[in-house]
Design a protein around this ligand. Structure first.
Ligand SMILES: NC(=O)c1ccc[n+]([C@@H]2O[C@H](COP(=O)([O-])OP(=O)(O)OC[C@H]3O[C@@H](n4cnc5c(N)ncnc54)[C@H](O)[C@@H]3O)[C@@H](O)[C@H]2O)c1
Length: 379
């Protein structure tokens, strides 16, 4: 592999990936439209691209011409470009479908119709969101081993029935590490577009004889995550509110959990999938396997800033959100031979040090929440 194309490479994960691929003698091209929601309205080509010797094409994955141009001579692709806000996806449905699902189809269409394409491997940044609620077990029933509940309905959320209950005995279920083989039950438009990307890539690559790898990322956090985007990145959103002395509003009862994985571990997983001699041709969870409640992460983050936590559990909810999420990472260790190494404490400290060097952004959380409320997508 010599010529690598990274779509969305100017973003959070892409910028770290470009850094860790330095020194590997790769000719890297980044195709990125510098989306204003992520990069601000007057963004220009980030300086580090030139410093790393990376070719930059400002363009969109939704444009056939721009994609064709970027794909010239490419022999491997890391496909990161996407719209990434779960809540926002519930009303910007066409945009999410265009940028995520349709653009992936366009990329594969170009490759499939190019007689002498060189593409040998495609890696996709997919998401834990494809599982929806993920795996649970019932402590009360002997016979039921594993349950993958349906997405929570608006009625369940309205009744504060946050966690799914056992279909047999009605007890509250207990979250389990979700495996790649567990049922796919997307709860949001974002998740459905990520799953569409997965299917398109797996099916097209199998038929075209191209190697592939689908990395299902958990909640990625770390230095460089956009501080401008109020639609995703809970730690970035909270960091601005902490710096401004504002309360941290927490949905549901605050005991919902996430598997927070530092971006350094994520990009090393991609590096492993890229450099592996045999293409993984499989789906791999990338997380830590550790559960953290949202109250806990808000508290730890506040303390890492040296501030008393100002937490307000609101009992509000967003349609499309999931309750718990934790990855089974055995396949990450077996297939990619990678074990995450950044502890939450270390990761938070790195993140906070970086945030404190950045200009203080406007807090836009209330604006983002209002957009949901106006459409009855938040209760
Ligand atoms: N960050 C997470 O927690 C997380 C979790 C699961 C999956 N992912 C996936 O990882 C990938 C990268 O996410 P990220 O956190 O780095 O997001 P990001 O928003 O920081 O980066 C995405 C990049 O894609 C670019 N982009 C957006 N639309 C584009 C278009 N039409 N054409 C070209 N470029 C475009 C943006 O300008 C941005 O630079 C996404 O596919 C996302 O779905 C991220």
């Amino acid at each position: 592999m010599k010529n690598l194309l990274i779509t969305g490479g100017a973003g959070f994960i892409g910028s770290h990936l470009c850094r860790v691929l330095q020194g590997l003698n790769l000719n890297i091209t980044v195709l990125d439209n510098l989306s204003p929601q992520i990069h601000g309205h007057s963004a220009t080509e980030p300086k580090w691209l030139k410093e790393y010797g990376i070719n930059f094409i400002k363009g969109s994955v939704t444009s056939r011409d721009e994609l064709e141009n970027a794909l010239k001579g490419t022999d491997a692709i890391v496909h990161l470009a996407a719209e990434t806000g779960t809540g926002q996806s519930m009303y910007e449905i066409e945009k999410y479908n265009n940028v995520n699902s349709q653009a992936t189809a366009l990329m594969l269409d170009i490759i499939a119709n190019k007689k002498h394409h060189n593409v040998k491997r495609i890696l996709l940044a997919s998401s834990r969101s494809v599982y929806g609620e993920g795996a649970y077990s019932c402590n009360n029933c002997d016979d039921v081993q594993r349950i993958t509940p349906a997405p929570r309905t608006p009625q369940q959320l309205e009744a504060n029935a946050w966690t799914a209950s056992c279909p047999s005995c009605g007890s509250i279920l207990e979250s389990q590490p979700t495996k790649e083989t567990d049922l796919i039950r997307p709860a949001s438009i974002y998740a459905s577009t990520k799953y569409a990307q997965e299917d398109l890539i797996a099916i097209a690559c199998e038929s075209l004889g191209i190697g592939y790898g689908i990395l299902r990322l958990q909640n990625v956090y770390g230095e460089g995550q956009s501080l401008n985007n109020p639609y995703t990145g809970i730690l970035s959103i909270f960091s601005t509110r902490i710096r401004r002395g504002l309360e941290l509003p927490i949905f549901e009862d605050g005991l919902e959990t996430r598997d927070f994985v530092h971006v350094e571990d994520v990009v090393h997983s991609f590096k492993a999938a890229l450099l592996k001699e045999q293409s993984p041709n499989s789906i791999v969870n990338v997380g830590t396997g550790e559960l953290t409640t949202v109250i806990d992460i808000a508290t730890k983050l506040s303390l890492a800033f040296g501030k008393e936590p100002k937490i307000k559990v609101t009992g509000q909810y967003r349609l499309g959100d999931i309750r718990h999420n934790r990855a089974d990472i055995n396949k990450l260790k077996e297939v990619l031979d990678y074990t995450p190494s950044i502890s939450l404490e270390n990761g938070l400290s790195r993140f906070v040090n970086w945030v404190l060097e950045q200009p203080l952004p406007e807090d836009q959380l209330e604006k983002a929440n209002k957009e949901l409320k106006d459409r009855n997508l938040m209760g």
